[in-house]
Design a binder for this molecule. Structure first.
Ligand code: GDD
Ligand code: MN
Length: 382
């Protein structure tokens, strides 16, 4: 297969037929497939299934029961299922012209490119279809800020926020990405050095339906930038430091009320473990919650690990201080750093470990409406 066209869809039923018709025409002569990655709550999957029977080009539908990672998660799921040497990702609402696909592919093939971005901000491109001046201004500003944060990785692109791009599947690593929100291209480009080329993109108005972008996507972008720049571990460290201060304040405060220091230390430990857990759930691992084990399991694992860690750490402190000339504060500082690293590893590898998202894959591989088509569309049991 030369080309897989990957299309994330969320309630795009009225756009599917025209989209497939135009793609089929645009890529005629290329060995290509269309792969819909759908999280819809409307009848989009039925429409895709129906439309697939009316076309020669193979149309596959990957319907996810759990929309892990939203639009970005859908794109990654699609790239994993894609079989083409090149995969072109585009929106399903016809804001991205199917007629641009061949120039993305041609640019990729003619050059050393790993990624070809269809950009609104090169000669011949435009973002007139982006509804409203405010949205356009926000888009421009976020591109400037983002490029300033990752000057070398994003050097080759004028539009890291584009949702229309091609990837040479062999060259782009998908493991290690943290898909969330809308900006999957940014995620791909920022995490690995890639050769980028661009072609102009005329961003049209939506054919039908409504945009799913909202304030939440803006906040998600902010988080994504922070995470890409500083990594999860620095936020985790900040919360850990806050917890350490809270621990000391509680230890001191309770003693003012006549509580013994050991009892106060235990209470302080429990309170800070709870506080850290709540903060990390909200700010550090928020995007991983949906794909991880349940909240109570996460809590008990955290509590057991952190409790054990602080018990062992205190014991180690005692052993080392008693048997060496090292100062207790120095020893404790070293132990805290080790304990912190272990806690971070445990949290990210175990507590928030992602299980495979539940997906149903319908394989639709026929052109003309034939008897074989319905049999082929029976959803795979999950
Ligand atoms: N599978 C899936 N799951 N698809 C989704 C989801 C989701 O949770 N949310 C949105 N989509 C699909 C939509 O159905 C559409 O095909 C495409 O993703 C883009 O969503 P829109 O709601 O149309 O977004 P937009 O037009 O506001 O944003 C577009 O422009 C941005 C640049 O300004 C997208 O192309 C963005 O990727 C792009 O960053
Ligand atoms: Mn759109």
């Amino acid at each position: 297969m030369e080309l897989s066209v990957v299309i994330p869809t969320f309630n795009e039923a009225p756009n599917v037929a025209e989209l497939v018709t135009r793609i089929e025409k645009a890529v005629a002569g290329t060995d290509a497939e269309i792969l819909f990655v759908d999280d819809s709550t409307d009848d989009t999957p039925d429409v895709v299934t129906q439309v697939a029977t009316e076309h020669e080009i193979p149309v596959r539908l990957l319907h996810r029961d759990v929309a892990v990672g939203g639009l970005s998660g859908a794109v990654i799921a699609g790239l994993r299922q894609a079989t083409g040497e090149w995969a072109v990702v585009m929106d399903g609402d016809l804001q991205h012209r199917p007629e641009t696909i061949p120039s993305v592919l041609a640019q990729g093939r003619a050059t050393e490119a790993d990624v070809v971005v269809a950009s609104r901000h090169v000669d011949g491109g435009s973002s007139d279809g982006l509804s409203g001046g405010i949205r356009r201004a926000v888009s421009q500003l976020s591109i400037k800020v983002t490029k300033a944060l990752f000057p070398s990785r994003l050097h080759g692109t004028t539009d890291p926020m584009s949702g229309f791009f091609g990837v040479r599947r062999d060259s782009v690593k998908l493991d290690g990405l943290h898909p969330r929100g809308f900006k999957i291209l940014l995620e791909i480009l920022a995490r690995q050095p890639l050769e980028i080329r661009e072609v102009p993109l005329v961003f049209d108005a939506r054919l039908a339906g409504t945009s799913k972008a909202d304030m939440k996507q803006g906040i998600a972008l902010g988080r994504q930038l922070f995470d890409l720049k500083f990594g999860r571990i620095s936020g985790f460290a900040a919360i850990g430091a806050l917890g350490a201060v809270a621990n000391l304040v509680i230890l001191w405060g309770l003693q003012q009320f006549g509580v013994g220091y050991l009892a106060a230390a235990c209470i302080a430990a429990v309170v800070t473990i709870i506080g850290n857990f709540l903060l990390q759930e909200r700010f550090i691992f928020n995007d991983l919650k949906a794909g991880a084990r349940g909240v109570w399991k996460r809590w008990w694992h955290t509590f057991a690990f952190n409790g054990t860690e602080s018990a062992i750490r205190t014991f180690a402190l005692w052993v080392i201080v008693e048997n060496t000339n090292l100062h207790s504060v120095l020893v404790q500082a070293g132990l805290i750093v080790i304990g912190f690293s272990l806690r971070f590893l445990y949290q990210s590898r175990v507590v928030y470990k992602q299980h495979e998202p539940v997906v149903t894959i319908d394989d639709i591989v026929e052109g003309e409406p034939t008897e074989t088509a319905p049999a082929a569309t029976t959803p795979a049991a999950v």
